[in-house]
Ligand binder design. Structure first.
Ligand code: ZN
Length: 271
């Protein structure tokens, strides 16, 4: 299979109102539709039946997260690049997660298309597994673009988070300032750059450092309405943080992760 064919497999071009709904839902965590959560009768195994708008959560065939295992190895060096600006974050406790909305100007270039970084947020434990191992958490950077026909596409970069190491100073700018109550926000006097939570670019650290490896597959939002509109990138290397940093988050959200879904023999690449 050549590169062009692989990219065709990974590309997603879905038109229509479901996309608009998905992005609106993404932008406002509640969205005015049926309540959902992570336990009991409104938990992940029941999302598909809570609301007609969530049906694909139960019936979809390209759902996320998945177990990242047995990938096809490829060598698409420079398959994507990120250009993120530093900014002063306003940190939101949405009632489902901790989220930071990003000012315009930060971009992801993927498959020759430019996506705008719109927000990032966290899950605990991780949603994806890598070789069947869960992380203690996972960060998701959400990007979107609108094509020439007005259709919205999403691309999400995920990185699993593992505790038991030294404190991560960039993450501390967020986790030392978490709004404790649902609906709360904080605006600490810090300058944050999301790129510092991702692996170093091999090109920046010298030729002796191999570029970071990452998985790619086509999937969905991991929260209702679970729309199957996402180009996923997940780094193989976990972000190392301290045990107390994990606790800062899990004191608020210790279970806001959807379990892995059937991959239905989807193409999984490791580049
Ligand atoms: Zn997420």
């Amino acid at each position: 299979m050549d590169r062009r064919t692989l990219l065709k497999y990974l590309s997603i071009g879905v038109a229509g109102t479901s996309l608009t709904t998905a992005v609106q839902s993404l932008a406002s965590a509640s969205g005015g539709t049926a309540a959902w959560g992570y336990t009991g009768s409104t938990g992940p195994s029941n999302w598909g039946s809570l609301d007609p708008a969530y049906a694909v959560c139960g019936s979809g065939t390209r759902q996320s997260p998945i177990a990242l295992t047995n990938p096809i190895g490829v060598n698409f060096a420079n398959d994507f690049s990120i250009s993120y600006n530093s900014f002063s974050p306003t940190i939101k406790n949405t009632g489902k997660t901790i989220q930071v909305d990003c000012p315009s100007g930060s971009t992801l270039t993927l498959d020759g298309k430019i996506f705008d970084l719109i927000q990032f947020h966290f899950h605990a434990p991780s949603e994806h597994t890598i070789n069947h191992q869960l992380g203690d958490g996972e960060v998701h950077a959400v990007h979107q673009r609108t094509d020439a026909n007005g259709n919205v596409e999403l691309a999400v970069i995920g990185r699993l988070i593992k505790g038991g190491y030294s404190s991560n100073s960039e993450l501390a700018k967020i986790f030392n300032n978490l709004p404790q109550n649902s609906g709360g926000t904080t605006s600490p006097s810090v300058t944050f750059n999301l790129k510092k939570l991702f692996p170093s670019d091999g090109l920046l650290t010298g030729l002796l450092t191999p570029p970071p490896q990452y998985y790619r597959y086509s999937g969905s939002l991991t929260t209702p309405p679970c729309s199957e509109i996402v180009r996923w990138i997940v780094y193989e290397d976990m972000l190392q943080v301290s045990t107390s940093q994990i606790a800062q988050f899990t004191n608020l959200y210790s279970n806001n992760a959807r379990p892995v879904q059937d991959d239905n023999d989807r193409l999984l690449l490791l580049d």
